[in-house]
Design a protein around this ligand. Structure first.
Ligand SMILES: NC(=O)c1ccc[n+]([C@@H]2O[C@H](COP(=O)([O-])OP(=O)(O)OC[C@H]3O[C@@H](n4cnc5c(N)ncnc54)[C@H](O)[C@@H]3O)[C@@H](O)[C@H]2O)c1
Length: 343
């Protein structure tokens, strides 16, 4: 029998991230096709399904599994639903691409890893920076030894707007260190090629202090200081809503050089006006900054399914980033550095 060349997908969650993945699978990812969309808000699923040419839409995964045929799911629902949807999909033999943050708790993450393993399906977490051409080149330069040993990685991760309301509510979300900066936690660990040994964090609510009335633990600016087992250091500077655009930059200091990736301006189009102002534009959103990363990560996932390979970003990577976020929150609560792994 000839090898399968196309992976059929069902996207679960027709919100912000789901729309990006659905459009990419439909029009840009070479080895994938989109056959169904699920959203508990059927109107949202229908709107996206119609935009993409009249796809099958369903109100829940259970119905989609019964009435449609697909090989894999892309989970782009709120974080508190990731574990149960992953388990249901895996038990039905479907491969799972799940958006970050992987889950709300380490117990959920462990279950997602063990169930996908038990049912022999792939699990990849949506850390698209690992598929961004510039971030990938930086990693290759580090691995080549050209800048010596990495000793300090700094990552800026700032979002233009607030995450959706479910992400702010402590019953359904775990704040923007998870929703925005879990990418930075993953990037530091990936670039350093090592595991966290301790994390210290402080946060404030200075842009939207009013939100502390509704959510007492709300914060909108955070700084993380991390130590790795090899004694390398990491710094994460996160904030949202900053308003000025989506800002993702890293600097990697090595014993023999330095690498920088990313800049605030999102275009080379620049105009200089006669009152001597230099005007250009920032990246409006993560959709623009990591356009290629979102395409490449799904292409990689489909390729792993077709050729039965382990994805390069696994559930274990998702769990490690989540553990780092939870350690950062614990550090905020206690005012002290927190040792990893967490007990
Ligand atoms: N990789 C990235 O850069 C990136 C960017 C944005 C969001 N995300 C992640 O994607 C996930 C979704 O975030 P979002 O901003 O798109 O959220 P969103 O609120 O815009 O969309 C979520 C959608 O899921 C639907 N939904 C909720 N529960 C459901 C269920 N049980 N079954 C089916 N549908 C359900 C909602 O009706 C909604 O349409 C989050 O984990 C978020 O962190 C990742």
């Amino acid at each position: 029998m000839p090898a399968q060349k196309i992976v059929n997908f069902c996207v679960i969650g027709a919100g912000r991230a789901g729309t990006v993945h659905a459009r990419n699978i439909m029009t840009r990812v070479k080895n994938a096709e989109l056959v169904a969309i699920v959203d508990s808000d059927l109107a949202a699923a229908t709107k996206l399904g119609e935009e993409l040419g009249g796809l099958a839409v369903f109100k829940d995964l259970t119905t989609a599994l019964r009435k449609s045929e697909f090989d894999a799911v892309v989970i782009t629902t709120p974080t508190f639903t990731h574990a149960s949807l992953t388990i249901e999909a895996a038990e039905a033999g479907k491969h799972v691409f799940c958006e970050k943050p992987m889950a709300l708790t380490l117990e959920e993450a462990d279950k997602m890893i063990s169930v996908t393993k038990r049912y022999g399906v792939k699990l990849q977490i949506g850390f698209m920076r690992r598929f961004d051409p510039e971030f990938t080149s930086a990693k290759k330069i580090v691995e080549s030894g050209e800048i010596g040993r990495p000793i300090l990685v700094k990552s800026v991760g700032r979002g233009p707007g607030l995450p959706p309301p479910w992400a702010l509510d402590p019953k359904t979300g775990i704040g923007f260190l998870a929703e925005v900066n879990s990418h930075d936690f993953d990037t530091l660990r990936w670039i350093m090629g090592d595991e966290y040994s301790s994390i210290c964090c402080d946060v404030s609510a200075l842009i939207r202090p009013d939100l502390r009335e509704k959510y007492p633990n709300f914060y909108d600016v955070a700084v993380v200081l991390a130590r790795f087992r090899n004694n390398g250091l990491g710094v994460i500077d996160g904030a949202c809503p900053v308003g000025y655009g989506y800002d993702a930059r890293i600097e990697i200091l090595g014993t023999e050089g330095v690498i920088t990736v990313g800049e605030i301006r999102g275009t080379t189009l620049t105009r200089v006006t006669k009152d001597m102002r230099v005007l250009t534009e920032s990246f409006k959103s993560w959709r623009d900054r990591f356009r290629d990363g979102y395409i490449n990560e799904i292409e990689h996932f489909a390729d792993c399914i077709i050729h039965d390979k382990e994805p390069s970003v696994t559930g274990v990577d998702g769990r490690k980033a989540l553990e780092a976020v939870l350690a950062a929150h614990k550090s905020v609560e206690t005012g002290r550095p927190v040792a990893l792994p967490l007990a």
